[in-house]
Write a protein of this length. Structure first.
Length: 498
C-alpha cells in the first residue's frame, strides 16, 4: 500500500492507539479505533470476495451507523470508490444513480431490498440496517485484507451533487483531495486526540463524512456519534464534549432550548457551521447565550472546504473567512478578477479540488478550467480585510428589467426588520420585467405585516430591488443539509405575475 493511500493515513493513529475510543454510541457503549479499523478490513475482504475490483464503485444507501463508517473505510482499503446516497432518495432516483455509476456492489437498507433488486443491474446486493444488521454483517468472517495499493490521484469517492439544476452530477474525489483537506482542517481548527466531537450530521454528505469523520480520525479524536439531529441528545452530550459541527439549523434549533447557556457549553471549545449561510442574528444570539463565537466555513461537494473563519482571529458574522492554507480563491467578473468589495463568481484552486464529474466530460470542461480553477457558481465578494462573503448562487441571481438583484442584499435588509425570523428572495417570471422580485418572509410573530416589510424596502432599496410581492410563510422549504430550496419556491410561485 502506498503511503498516500487515504486508508493508511486515516488508520495511522489507530495503528498506535488501538484501545482509544473512536465513537461513543447512543446506548452508552463505545467502540475503539482498533475495532473500527479491524472491522473495516474484514468488510474489505467481504467486498473483494463479492466482486469488488480496484476502481469499482460501492453504492451505499443506508441509515447512519458506525458499521456504515466501517464500510466507507473498508471500501477505500479494498481500492474501491465509496458512493454514498442520500437516504431520502426514492427507488426511481436510485435507478438513475445506479445506472450512471454502474457499481459493482450496492448496499441498501433491508427494508428496500425488494424494491432495489430489479434496478441493481449486475451489482451484488448487500443489506445493512441502522443497527448494523443485514447480509453485510452476516457475511463477515475473521478474514482481513492488506489494503490494495493505489496512488494519491486514484478515486476514493464519488458524491453526487444535490442537483439544484438539471441532473445530479457525480463529483470524483481522489485520495489526495480527501486527505489534504482533512489534514488542513485538523490543523486549522486545532483538532487533537483530546477532542470529543458531537457528530449529528448525515454521513452521505461531504460535511458529515469527510469534514467531521476524516478530521476526527486524523486527529485521533473521539466522536459522540448520534444517529441524527436531536437537541436533547446534543444538550446531554455537551458537558462531555469539546466540539460540534453543524448546519445553521442545528444552531437555530439549539437556541430555542432554554438550557443553552454558558454553563452547558463550558467544556466546549469549538462550534463550526457550514453547508448553508448562518444568519448574523444566529451568530450574535449564540455568542450572547454561550460566550462562544460560531466559526463559519464554506465548501462544497466538488471542492471539500475552501474558506474558514480564523481559529484565533476575529470570526466575522455573515462571512466565511479566508481561503484555507494551500487553497487559492478568486472572484471573477465577466472581464476577469473584480475589485475588493465587488460581487462576482467565486473560483477555487488547490489540492482539495475534485477531478471532474463522473462520465460528464463536457460538464467538467464547463466548470473546471484547464489550469485547475473550479468555477463554483457561488456569487461572492471579498472585503478590504480579506473576508469572503457568499452572496448566493449565480443561478439565484435575479435579473429584473435588465438590472441585477442579488437576493442576499434584499434578504439581509428584510432579516433586520424587527419581527422577521428569516426570508428568501427569489425571481419569478414577470410579463414586463422578465423576472419580478418576490420576498418570502417567515415572521417571528403575528404582528408583522407585508406592509411593514414593503415600507422598509422602499426606504432603503432602489426601486428595482424592492419586492413586487411579499408572501408570508410559517417556514422556508429546506433540504436535509439546511439549504433553503429556492428552486422549489420558484416553482411554487412561477405564475404569481402571469
Ligand atoms: P454541497 O455541495 O451540498 O455541500 O453544497 C455546496 C453549496 O452550499 C455551496 O456551493 C454554497 O452555495 C453553499 N454553502 C456551503 N457553505 C456555505 C456557507 N457557509 N455560507 C453560504 N453558503 C454555503
Amino acid at each position: 500500500m502506498s503511503e498516500n493511500h487515504l486508508y493508511s493515513r486515516l488508520s495511522a493513529y489507530a495503528d498506535a492507539h488501538g484501545d482509544k475510543p473512536f465513537a461513543r454510541l447512543s446506548d452508552g457503549s463505545s467502540q475503539s479505533y482498533g475495532e473500527t479499523f479491524h472491522n473495516a478490513l474484514r468488510i474489505a475482504a467481504l467486498l473483494k470476495s463479492s466482486g469488488l475490483e480496484p476502481g469499482g464503485r460501492v453504492a451505499v444507501q443506508v441509515e447512519k451507523s458506525i458499521r456504515a463508517i466501517e464500510l466507507y473505510l473498508g471500501t477505500v482499503a479494498a481500492g474501491g470508490v465509496f458512493l454514498p446516497l442520500n437516504t431520502a432518495y426514492t427507488a426511481a432516483e436510485l435507478g438513475y444513480f445506479l445506472g450512471d455509476a454502474t457499481p459493482s456492489i450496492v448496499v441498501i437498507d433491508p427494508a428496500r431490498e425488494a424494491e432495489i433488486t430489479p434496478i441493481s443491474g449486475k451489482a451484488q446486493l448487500l443489506t445493512l440496517d441502522g443497527d448494523g444488521g443485514g447480509t453485510l454483517s452476516a457475511g463477515l468472517t475473521d478474514e482481513v485484507i492488506t489494503p490494495e495499493p493505489c496512488t494519491g490521484d486514484d478515486l476514493a469517492a464519488i458524491l453526487y451533487t444535490s442537483g439544484t439544476t438539471g441532473r445530479s452530477k457525480g463529483a470524483m474525489l481522489t485520495h489526495d483531495n480527501l486527505y489534504s483537506n482533512s489534514a488542513t482542517l485538523r490543523d486549522y481548527w486545532r483538532f487533537t486526540e483530546d477532542d470529543v466531537l458531537i457528530h449529528a450530521l448525515p454521513i452521505f454528505h461531504t460535511h458529515g463524512l469527510f469534514v467531521a469523520t476524516n478530521v476526527a480520525l486524523l486527529a485521533g479524536a473521539t466522536l459522540h456519534f448520534l444517529p441524527g439531529f436531536d437537541a436533547e441528545a446534543i444538550i446531554a452530550a455537551m458537558p462531555g464534549s469539546t466540539a460540534l459541527m453543524g448546519v445553521p439549523t442545528f444552531y437555530t434549533r439549539l437556541l430555542a432550548d432554554p438550557r443553552l447557556d454558558r454553563d452547558l457549553t463550558a467544556n466546549m471549545r469549538l462550534f463550526v457551521s457550514g453547508s448553508a449561510p448562518l444568519l448574523v442574528d444566529t451568530h450574535e444570539q449564540w455568542e450572547a447565550r454561550t460566550g462562544h463565537r460560531i466559526l463559519e466555513r464554506y465548501g462544497m461537494t466538488e471542492t471539500n472546504m475552501n474558506t474558514s473563519n480564523p481559529y484565533d482571529g476575529e470570526r466575522r458574522a455573515g462571512t466565511v473567512g479566508f481561503a484555507l492554507p494551500g487553497v487559492e480563491i478568486r472572484i471573477m467578473g465577466s472581464e476577469g478578477p473584480v475589485d475588493d468589495g465587488e460581487i462576482g463568481v467565486l473560483e477555487v484552486r488547490g489540492p482539495n479540488v475534485f477531478k471532474g464529474y463522473w462520465q460528464m466530460p463536457e460538464k467538467t470542461a464547463e466548470e473546471l478550467r484547464p489550469d485547475g480553477w473550479f468555477i463554483t457558481g457561488d456569487l461572492a465578494m471579498i472585503d478590504t480585510d480579506g473576508y469572503v462573503s457568499i452572496v448566493g448562487r449565480d443561478k439565484d441571481l435575479i435579473i429584473t428589467g435588465g438590472f441585477n438583484v442579488y437576493p442576499r442584499e434584499v434578504e439581509s435588509l428584510i432579516d433586520d426588520i424587527p419581527g422577521v425570523l428569516e426570508s428568501a428572495v427569489i425571481g419569478v417570471p414577470h410579463p414586463d420585467f422578465g423576472e419580478g422580485v418576490v420576498a418570502v418572509v417567515v415572521p417571528e410573530d403575528e404582528s408583522l405585516t407585508p406592509e411593514t416589510v414593503a415600507a422598509a424596502a422602499r426606504k432603503d432599496l432602489a426601486k428595482f430591488k424592492q419586492p413586487k410581492q411579499i408572501l408570508m410563510l410559517p417556514e422556508l422549504p429546506r433540504n436535509t443539509m439546511g439549504k433553503v430550496q429556492k428552486k422549489a419556491l420558484r416553482e411554487t410561485y412561477a405564475n404569481l405575475f402571469t
